[in-house]
Design a protein around this ligand. Sequence first.
Ligand code: HEC
Ligand code: HEC
Length: 252
Amino acid sequence: MSDHRLRHRLTLALAAAALVLVGGLIGIAAKATNNETKTVTSATPTVSTAPVDPSVAAGAHDFVQFACAQCHGLQGRGGVSPAVPALTGVAQQLTAAELRSIINHGLGESSNPTQPYMPVWGAVMSSTQVDDLVAYLRAGLPAVPTAEPTPLPQNQGTAVEGGALYIRYGCVNCHGINGLGGVPNPQSPDKTIPPLSGADFRKQFNTDEKIIAVIRSGSVIGKAPIVSMPHWGGIIPQAQLQALVAYLKTLK
Ligand code: HEC
Ligand code: HEC
């Protein structure tokens, strides 16, 4: 080997060694910063801090917020009601376009008022939220930290429990905060999803039984794109229906 080539090789080897050294230093520095962040967040050491695709993460939160998890099970694993399928295989069975269409338009209402059906979400959700849900379903419904249903307060009375259930079952997405209503439902006769508060509501739904009946059996006011009241029969247990009523009766 000529002198010139040998020198060239040595330079390359030195450069490579320097790179390894710098890389190591960066690694040590990164570890030090990591350790710092770890001490700050050490209250929840079991929660993974690995980055999640933002769209998949948003979809996981939407899946909880819109109560998909209450009918289809946590992470779509099923087991809630024999009428509701698990969603763990949908990435293989349905295209993104098919999933988007099912979420926007539902799959048709069940004629049996005690049987849950896939609700129509098109008027209630933005297209970004639908896209995120599709990304989450197509990613196989992975576990995403803090995408968890609202916890239920214990031993604090039925109205407090009912307030948490109102969030957990996603009633708030359609009937608004404090049951004030106002969520647009453009193709329906009223053009809006009704409030669950106010004089008109109280006059029409003047007994616990009437309120429980409509929550359990829903009310179909037309085909998609009209949003109807979902059937929660077989999904929400009787004691929780009573807690929801207790909460609704605290509203203005
Ligand atoms: C009130 C209960 C209920 C809620 C809430 C609900 N679903 Fe469904 N969903 C159903 C039922 C029941 C079916 C089966 C309908 C059928 O086959 O006619 C279904 C079917 C589906 C399907 C088709 C599955 C397949 O294998 O064909 C998808 C996808 C789906 N739901 C996604 C969602 C998403 C996403 C949400 C939340 C935005 C959601 N669902 C909320 C009850 C529900
Ligand atoms: C996907 C949207 C949606 C969700 C989620 C939803 N509702 Fe409804 N709800 C409606 C619509 C639309 C109506 C109006 C039906 C009609 O006019 O016949 C309605 C009607 C009602 C009524 C009768 C009020 C009236 O004036 O007709 C009650 C009570 C009610 N919902 C309670 C609930 C509770 C409790 C939850 C949560 C467990 C819930 N809803 C979740 C859409 C929804």
